[in-house]
Design a protein. Structure first.
Lengths: 365, 317
């Protein structure tokens, strides 16, 4: 008697998991030809207003562009690891022509499944492994980060800027360094204080980190996580902030001076278009401001015109290709010269960043 | 130095409030012999429903009532499944967490105004702001207790009340008896089934209030997965506090305070092994678990409910 009930509850739980996890957009109706089927695997919910939200905006841009010639689906909150393998494989088996995975930890699962389905095209965001039918794509978000640093460096009064950071990995360290270089290019007195939360998405912890930074004297808060809580915490204390991922000014208000944001739509439209036309080949896409995959969001009215002009000038140099963020001379925060004057960091060096530039208070551990 | 202690204590109390509500709620539920692993889901549902109500109605009281109702309803399902249907408590609790997490996220994407794409995320509404205690708020240490929102003031009342009820009233004695040995309690004339229902529902209500504290006071507004696993921490906290409401405050403050301390140290430029600090409360929890498993006498003294997790049926031998 009892065992039977147990079984029932397990089934019920299983049904719930299945029911909650999978969402799909209604398929295009009455399409003449079979639509090109594209699936997206997300690490978080599209409602995070950050990382996943921006990928989903890209997916919607694809739908708007191709109409009923393309059918897209997505699955949210997929944990990195075996679950990801299962889900990517399932999409491949269901006949999807192209699959995008949008978190670093999906790399190995995708490599595994890509071997089994040579006809399906796979694209992995932020990784480095490729295959005959698997490409990588990412954006040089450090470029708009540098620009946002200029804004923060000009606008700070206490010369202390707080930076709530996720994990001490090269991607995040690169962002902190670019931001600090930007801030100190216009205000050499600036200190950037870093607090690691060891979370990508924990609204409460990320707020606490911001509050600790405000208590330490910071009057501008920047961050590298997926929630808007640090920005909200700064606003409540009457302080300013810099957003990330999406234009957070829309969600928090004008105290968010600007945000380095992703713009996946152009890339997704381009690569899916090529796949449909049959011209898709394996690639490693890592473009920046010039390609439009990243940009600096519109600035708050609180930012004066002279600051906007400074940003514009730096942006122009990057766009022209005459200069980039990690051109020497660059010192680390112990004072040692890491990049000599006239030298520049290679992509490989940038992808394995494990030291902070001068002006950052904190340690990469 | 005094300032630093006061500032850390202030943030610690604020961070610990939601944990205290949920810990006391779950303590009562477990004292009745019912393990409710649905806490995470119930907290999330409490958070999303109360924020939606406060956003549209502007009434914080109505929002709290909604959270209490939602928490009560979800735990009523748990009580029905585990007490009446005698289903496995672990499975039923997990199902409620899965349902609560998914449904809260769903509501967060559907209940918002059309101007915000139906999203509740990113909106602001009325909130419980810290009250202004005037000159009293500037007294070191004491000020930390006074510079708080009304829900945190609530725990100053709740903790002694919950302790008094459990250890100094007849109903409290009955409750402990139900969790310890339902058969004996039944023979004594205690309405065992009714007690299990009441305290499971009460526990769910308090847990949802904990969730509401997040979306109405601590991190005002709704963001997906706002609890960040706090529902699971509460399960450990109940053991850590050895099923005693008075000790719940210690555990909640330690858990809540660790980040406050650690982030402050980082912000001032000193780095300490954060992983080690984060580990401490869990180690303490494991020590308590091991201790009560090894020494039965100790387990009795601590008050671990002996019938926790098992279904009670009158005719069973």
């Amino acid at each position: 008697m009892k065992n039977r009930w147990n079984l029932l509850w397990i089934l019920l739980a299983a049904a719930l998991i299945a029911g909650c996890a999978k969402k799909s957009e209604p398929a295009a109706v009455a399409a003449k030809a079979e639509p090109y089927k594209v699936a997206f695997v997300y690490i978080g919910p599209p409602g995070d207003l950050g990382w996943t939200h921006e990928h989903d905006q890209g997916r919607k841009a694809v739908e708007a562009e191709f109409g009923d010639k393309v059918k897209t689906v997505y699955i949210e909150n997929v944990p990195e690891g075996p679950d990801a393998t299962r889900i990517i494989r399932q999409y491949a088996q269901e006949g999807y022509d192209m699959i995008f995975a949008t978190s670093f930890g999906y790399m190995d699962p995708m490599v595994e499944v890509a071997k089994e389905f040579p006809k399906v095209k796979f694209e992995h965001c932020s990784g480095y492994k490729t295959a005959e039918n698997m490409s990588t794509y990412f954006g040089r978000i450090y470029q708009p980060r540098y620009l946002s640093g200029i804004v923060a460096g000009k606008m700070t009064k206490s010369n202390i800027i707080g930076y709530a950071a996720a994990f001490p990995i090269p991607e995040v360290v690169r962002g902190i360094n670019a931001f600090t270089l930007g801030a100190r290019s216009v205000n050499p007195k600036v200190q950037v204080r870093v607090v690691w939360t060891n979370t990508w998405y924990d609204p409460v912890k990320e707020r606490e980190a911001a509050v600790a930074l405000l208590d330490a004297g910071a009057d501008i808060i920047a961050q590298h996580q997926d929630t808007v809580e640090p920005q909200k915490a700064a606003k409540e204390r009457g302080k300013l902030s810099i957003g990330y991922d999406s234009d957070m000014r829309a969600f928090v208000g004008d105290t968010v001076l600007t945000s380095p944001v992703w713009n996946w739509g152009s890339y997704y439209k381009d690569t899916i278009g090529k796949a449909m036309a049959g011209t898709w080949t394996t690639h490693q896409y890592w473009e920046g401001l010039k390609a439009g995959v990243v940009r600096l969001a519109d600035m708050s009215p609180l930012v004066p015109q002279d600051v906007k002009d400074l940003v514009k000038a730096a942006e122009q140099k990057i766009l022209d290709g005459t200069w980039d963020v990690f051109y020497g001379p660059i010192k680390d925060n112990t004072g040692a010269v890491k990049v000599a004057a006239g030298a520049k960091m290679t992509d490989g060096e940038m992808l394995s960043f494990d030291w902070f530039v001068e002006g950052v208070v904190g340690k990469v551990k | 130095m005094m300032d630093l202690i006061t500032s850390i204590l202030t943030i610690t109390l604020r961070a610990g409030t939601s944990l205290v509500y949920a810990t006391i709620g779950e303590t009562y539920t477990e004292r009745a012999g019912i393990l409710n692993l649905g806490l995470e889901g119930i907290m999330l549902m409490g958070a999303v429903s109360s924020f939606a109500v406060v956003y549209y109605s502007g009434s914080l009281a109505l929002a709290l009532l909604t959270a209490v109702a939602v928490g009560g309803l979800l735990s009523l399902i748990h009580a029905f499944l585990t007490v009446t249907m005698r289903a496995n408590q672990v499975v039923s609790g997990l199902a409620i967490t899965l349902f609560g997490t998914g449904f809260a996220s769903f509501l967060g994407q559907r209940l918002g105004p059309a101007s915000n794409g139906r999203y509740l995320v990113g909106l602001t509404g009325p909130r419980f702001a810290p009250v202004d205690p005037g000159a009293l708020g500037r007294i070191p240490v004491l000020g930390a207790f006074l510079n708080q929102d009304l829900l945190t003031y609530g725990i100053y009342l709740l903790i002694p009340l919950a302790w008094f009820y459990l250890y100094r009233t007849r109903n409290g004695l009955w409750l402990r008896a139900v969790g310890e040995n339902p058969r004996t309690a039944d023979a004594m004339g205690v309405p065992v089934f009714r007690a299990k229902y009441i305290y499971t529902v009460l526990g769910g209500m308090l847990t949802a209030l904990g969730g509401a504290h997040l979306s109405l006071a601590y991190t005002p507004g709704w963001s997906e997965n706002i609890t960040g696993g706090r529902g699971w921490i509460v399960i450990a906290l109940v053991i850590f506090s050895m099923w005693n409401p008075a000790r719940a405050i210690t555990g909640a403050l330690i858990f809540g305070g660790i980040n406050a301390v650690q982030f402050r140290l980082q912000a001032s430029g000193t780095n300490i092994p954060a992983g080690f600090l984060n580990m401490l409360p869990y180690i303490a929890t494991i020590v308590v678990l091991v201790a009560i498993t090894w020494w039965e006498t100790l387990s009795k003294r601590i008050g671990a409910p002996a019938s926790l997790g098992t279904s009670y049926m009158r005719e069973d031998k």
